[in-house]
Design a protein around this ligand. Sequence first.
Ligand SMILES: Cc1cc2nc3c(=O)[nH]c(=O)nc-3n(C[C@H](O)[C@H](O)[C@H](O)COP(=O)(O)OP(=O)(O)OC[C@H]3O[C@@H](n4cnc5c(N)ncnc54)[C@H](O)[C@@H]3O)c2cc1C
Length: 416
Amino acid sequence: MGFDEHYECVVVGGGPAGATTATILAQHGRKPLLLERSAFPRQHIGESLMPQTYWTFKRLGMLEKMQASDFPRKESVQFVPPSGKDSQPYYFTDRDPGEWSITWQVCRDTFDKMMLDNAREHGVTVREGVRVSKVVMDGSRAVGVEAVIDGQMKRIGADVVVDATGMAGLLAKSLKLREPEPDLKNASIYAYYKGARRDGGRNSGATIIIHTPDRKGWFWFIPLPDGMASIGIVAPPAYLFAGRGDDPTATLTEEIAKTPGIASRLDGAERLTEAFVTSDFSYRSSQLAGDGWVMVGDAFGFLDPVYSSGVFLALKSGEFAADAIHGALSAGDPSGERLGAWGADFTTGMHLMRQLVYAFYDPSFSFGKFAKAHPEHQDSIVRLLIGDVFNDEVGRVFETLGDWMTLPGAVPLKAE
Ligand SMILES: Cc1cc2nc3c(=O)[nH]c(=O)nc-3n(C[C@H](O)[C@H](O)[C@H](O)COP(=O)(O)OP(=O)(O)OC[C@H]3O[C@@H](n4cnc5c(N)ncnc54)[C@H](O)[C@@H]3O)c2cc1C
């Protein structure tokens, strides 16, 4: 089909999902090409990690780099109810004191660059500033990509194309596979602050989730290096934007003032940036792979920011996909069936997290009340919060938790 170059595998997008996929392919002895439209470091939301990222970091050779970083250590998460009363944090190390129970709060510009540099160190060919305009299809089989490189349109052939383009969703949008989460229509306004008050001791690196007093939305408080903090509100767009004017920074400031749990932490703090806005972020694709292509990370789906599961699922899907691609290429069979063989396991784990997300948004649910009523499920809740979702045991909590919430059906995953 007239290609300028050919690679076994082209990964489109150099965020955590793309970098993970490409690095593990290189560890398998493959020589992938990764194309990233931005020049790193670049700004990105999503700073709070889940402890279960530890195992992927270890596999990627990233663990020592994370341990040597100045990223704050995150040992717990705390949910503050609409009353504003402080609640008992969930300490990950109380359940398992291993070093894998402590994770990091990262600046994504620095972290994503560390991941991409690590991919390069493993032998991945990375080209930044290259925006892929389309995936080239031969019928329903992906056979390469088109991108402008050094001012010229180039066609690069590939046995497998990995869509790791995040919310941009190159393939999911062109193949019309993206489905919104029916009852999670939210938007977010966020900004960065310096000098916010932090709790002390083992709580100093905690993520704090604070409901607004009217329960219309919730805030995240994420401590970052150099006394910085990421602060954001999540709420339905109708609430955040209707009748407010068009200054999101003013809206964020107004909402902070109305929520004592966050206002008191920001008393005397300096806002370092204007507010950023993002919306329509809860969706999933109805297909994960097809002949010659596979999706990873946000390109496949994103649930919701509340449990900080995005980067973890991006890393995990990158791991699953890279192993499947290596197996498919070794067998000379890059069919959708082989490339997406991990889809059922992955979406089962993702669905556990999804149920916990719906519980959080259900007005009848509160972590405090549930813990009091069902102390026998505390362990499962902590396991979900650390990202321990790829096993059968923790799902049992939903036999009880199911009574506390309404759960719409999930998008079925089409056979490849
Ligand atoms: C409000 C909000 C808060 C969040 N908070 C958290 C959090 O605290 N913790 C957490 O874990 N997650 C959080 N997330 C989710 C997290 O940001 C994502 O899940 C994570 O970044 C997914 O990684 P990715 O590699 O799939 O996508 P991305 O990190 O988005 O990477 C995709 C890359 O693809 C590139 N790209 C796109 N299109 C093209 C193209 N055509 N050609 C070449 N390159 C392209 C982009 O430039 C980008 O670098 C949050 C999300 C939202 C919306």
